[in-house]
Design a protein around this ligand. Structure first.
Ligand SMILES: N[C@@H](CCC(=O)N[C@@H](CS)C(=O)NCC(=O)O)C(=O)O
Length: 215
């Protein structure tokens, strides 16, 4: 059995999948993909993923992209139990809610604030920073009275969210006004199997991009 994994270590969605593989004890056949060199636009990659994004997983011929879909697939296919992605409909709904929040709000707002400056030399828009703060505030409220994002046990929602929150952290977001997020982030760092891989990716992302921000 070979599971090919096309990825960039600095990318948040790729890091969440790497964490999931560590938690499940699955070995991925790592295929680092150089986006700057356009490797994701080559015909052989487009045959796997016409949307040309990383992460892309190819499990014995089955190609899948969209990191959160990959996370749930890996747990359903390879998890020894359902703890990372509970089968109970309401527990699963809570996990899905956080995954959609991560994709559509938390990560999206980071991208809306920073990407125009990083990739199009546009000025930073303070209104969009407020939106990022609001999103972290939502996460903070949701974490009240619980250890992890979707309840008291670690799920794939935490893996996706910690990849995003650590990206905020790499770009020096101040979590002091969000104590539940700060506490949960520390819990994630110490309880997620193989967390170091996420840190390594963040360091790479920050090294490459933080210096490009307008002064
Ligand atoms: N929602 C997607 C986002 C994937 C994504 O946009 N990946 C970026 C790298 S972080 C990429 O591959 N960009 C190249 C492109 O879109 O051509 C996911 O979670 O997998």
């Amino acid at each position: 059995m070979t599971i090919d994994f096309y990825y960039v270590l600095g990318s948040a969605p790729c890091r969440s999948v790497l964490l999931c593989a560590k938690s499940l004890g699955i070995e991925l056949n790592l295929k680092e993909t150089n986006l700057m060199a356009g490797e994701h636009l080559k015909p052989e990659f487009l045959k796997l993923n016409y949307q040309h994004t990383v992460p892309t997983l190819v499990d014995n011929g089955f190609a899948l992209w969209e990191s959160r879909a990959i996370l749930s697939y890996l747990v359903e296919k390879y998890g020894k139990d359902d703890s990372l992605y509970p089968k109970d409909p309401q527990q699963r709904a809570r996990v899905n809610q956080k995954l959609y929040f991560d994709m559509g709000t938390l990560y999206q707002r980071f991208a809306e604030y920073y990407y125009p400056a990083l990739f199009a030399k546009a000025p930073l828009n303070p209104d969009n920073y407020k939106k990022m703060e609001e999103a972290v505030g939502f996460l903070n409220t949701g974490l009240e009275g619980q250890k992890y994002a979707a309840g008291d046990t670690l799920t794939i929602a935490d893996l996706a969210l910690v990849a995003t929150i650590s990206t905020y952290d790499g770009f020096k977001f101040d979590f002091s006004k969000y104590p539940n997020v700060a506490k949960w982030y520390e819990t994630c760092k110490t309880t997620i199997t193989g967390y170091e891989i996420n840190q390594k990716g963040i360091d790479e992302f920050v090294d490459k991009f933080y210096g490009l921000l307008p002064k």
